[in-house]
Design a protein around this ligand. Structure first.
Ligand code: CA
Length: 249
């Protein structure tokens, strides 16, 4: 895994962490690896700065006095769907991880974290912040036309907002219609992880569940089938044949 890649254009990172030593340490590490960090110590300040400033990435501690990291994450996600958010969670607090992902975090790092791991995860999100622009213009998935730059999708009667991650998921699914895609592959290709742990496959499930709520019609089958023990299979929907994709158990 490449942990030393330096972005060509400095990416702006907001660090929200109440512990002085961790906050300073994070800032130093980020500067060293070519990022432009700004650090604040409360959730209130973090939210304010993230909303008024232009940041590519937020490193957000969950346990903050006052406004919690989860609340900050939720509000940021609503206001800025394209912003990459990396949560800092406490060791053993799996509930925080799940809650963080539900609140819209893109990834998490467990405290105490190694600098190497942190830099690797930041690098993945930074590449995504840049790299998503490489998914060209528009593509189709089921009834949806996905606008990868506008982070939106439209069907004949609906328009929805998508996150960068959701666009990347749909892009992969659109290429693999009818084939099973494993959680591991999704973590590798969409999340950029190279050493997938068991807990992290839950990350995929949380995001797929959220994506289904956006793209599936409440009455029909999901556009993304769950294949037990294997992963997910994006449904083949043929507009030419009414029978395609229907009725498979
Ligand atoms: Ca804290």
């Amino acid at each position: 895994m490449d942990t030393t890649e330096t972005p060509t254009e400095k990416l702006k990172v907001l660090v929200v962490e109440d512990e002085d030593s961790i906050r300073d340490g994070l800032s130093d590490v980020l500067v060293f690896h070519g990022y432009l960090p700004e650090a604040v110590e409360t959730g209130e300040l973090g939210l304010q700065r993230a909303l008024e400033g232009v940041f590519d990435l937020v490193l957000l501690d969950v346990m903050l006095p006052g406004l919690s990291g989860l609340e900050v994450c939720q509000r940021l996600r609503e206001a800025k769907p394209e912003l990459q958010i990396l949560m800092l969670t406490a060791k053993g607090a799996e509930d925080d991880v799940v809650a963080g992902l539900r609140a819209g975090a893109d990834d998490y790092v467990t405290k105490p974290f190694s600098v190497r791991e942190l830099v690797a995860r930041v690098g993945v999100l930074a590449r995504r912040a840049n790299g998503l622009r490489r998914i060209d213009g528009q593509f189709r998935f089921g009834p949806w036309t996905v606008d990868s730059e506008g982070l939106r999708a439209a069907s004949s009667d609906q328009e929805i907002d998508l996150s960068t991650r959701e666009v990347a998921l749909l892009h992969l699914f659109s290429r693999e219609a009818g084939r099973v895609v494993s959680r591991r592959r999704l973590l590798e290709e969409v999340w950029g992880m190279s050493n997938v742990q068991d807990l992290e496959t839950r990350t995929v499930d949380v995001h797929i569940a959220k994506l289904r709520r956006k793209i599936d019609s409440p009455s029909g089958d999901s556009l993304i089938e769950t294949v037990r023990g294997a992963g997910y299979r994006p449904r083949v929907l043929s507009t030419a044949s009414g029978a395609a994709g229907a009725g498979s158990p």
